[in-house]
Ligand binder design. Structure first.
Ligand code: ATP
Length: 320
């Protein structure tokens, strides 16, 4: 049984580590590595390793990237529902300099053709599911259709509105029971959809009451979890829906770990949050946030994104 359904992207990441990022017209040397990526796939791996049945709905090309996705999904026990695309499997070209700064080019390829019809084509998909998790690396109409289908089926909807520059609409956001932006995405959504000017760098320092008020404007009838990197998270619920928590808004500090690579920490958090909600929906929301916070913290101790996701028993061993 698939308790978590992830709808989203798969990319083959091509990463070059260089001393400096290349300037226009320059040819430089770098160390190359390749591996799986895409927010959808990373989050599906996180949910599966967090220990719940997970299906991943995506679009893949008929190429080596598509074959890699099938092989890796099988290795993590993920039920793959891949639409065959006539486009190449998604790719990301990533340059990282010695200071950890990066430049990224995404070739959406097949991810850009994932159709709403594919999501709706399998009536069994949502049967028995508890959480549908989506991001914004797929066509916005497809994400909207997936969230609407889940709502109709009584499946909780979790939208991670990433990346920050992806198209979105207030209508799309409001199909989410839960919204999980990072600081940059939060600031971008407020500027774009609510007309509130907030600098991303200033979000973590805002007082709780101000942050809560902004969350309520963005998603009046849903909960918002703003991830704040090494600071932790901020949670905001509507008055009428506290999800078992004692307060409408609160912070949870980040776990103290030896973070060495925070790539995919947000994906770890989202996959683990979806898994925890699906495993024990009766628990207070704060317990799910604590679990996701721990899971994401552990992921930062390892290199990579999908490859860095810990397993449920590792999280329990480390944090009890
Ligand atoms: P990415 O884009 O790299 O996936 P993100 O910007 O979406 O990340 P962050 O807000 O940076 O996501 O991190 C998500 C969560 O991961 C944080 O809310 C926290 O729970 C955990 N986390 C991130 N960095 C650290 C850290 N240095 N130490 C402990 N936990 C961390």
């Amino acid at each position: 049984m698939n308790s978590v359904i992830v709808v989203g992207s798969f990319n083959v990441d091509h990463v070059w580590r260089c001393a400096e990022l290349p300037a226009v017209g320059a040819t430089i040397a770098g160390q190359y590595a390749t591996g799986p990526g895409g927010k959808g796939f990373n989050q599906a791996v996180a949910a599966a390793r967090a220990g719940v049945g997970t299906a991943f709905v995506c679009a893949l090309g008929d190429d080596a990237g598509g074959a890699l996705a099938r092989q890796l999904a099988a290795a993590d026990g993920i039920g793959l529902r891949a639409e065959a695309s006539d486009q190449p499997t998604g790719t990301a070209g990533i340059y990282v300099d010695a200071r950890g700064r990066n430049c990224i080019v995404i070739g959406a390829g097949a991810n850009g053709t994932l159709g709403a019809a594919h999501v709706a084509a399998d009536p069994e998909l949502l049967a028995g599911a508890r959480v549908l998790l989506a991001q914004l690396e797929s066509p916005v109409e497809t994400i909207e259709a997936a969230l609407a289908l889940a709502r109709e089926a009584g499946v909780a909807t979790l939208l991670n509105p990433a990346p920050a520059n992806a198209p979105s609409s207030i209508g799309l956001l409001r199909l989410a029971d839960l919204l999980t932006p990072n600081e940059t995405e939060f600031a971008a959504l407020l500027n774009r959809h609510v007309g509130e000017r907030v600098e991303a760098e200033a979000v973590a320092a805002l007082d709780g009451a101000s942050l809560h008020a902004l969350c309520r404007k963005l998603l009046p009838h849903g909960s918002v979890v703003v991830t704040l990197g090494s600071v932790g998270v901020f949670v905001s619920h509507p008055d009428e829906q506290l999800r078992g928590d004692a307060q409408t808004h609160y912070r949870v500090g980040a776990e103290s770990v030896s973070a060495s690579d925070t790539t995919g920490a947000g994906d770890a958090f989202n996959g683990a949050l979806a898994a925890s909600l699906a495993r024990a929906p009766e628990q207070p929301f704060a317990a799910h946030v604590r679990y996701a916070n721990r899971f994401a913290a552990l992921s930062t101790e390892r290199a990579g994104a999908a490859a860095a996701m810990p397993r449920h028993d590792e999280v329990q061993e480390r944090f009890g």
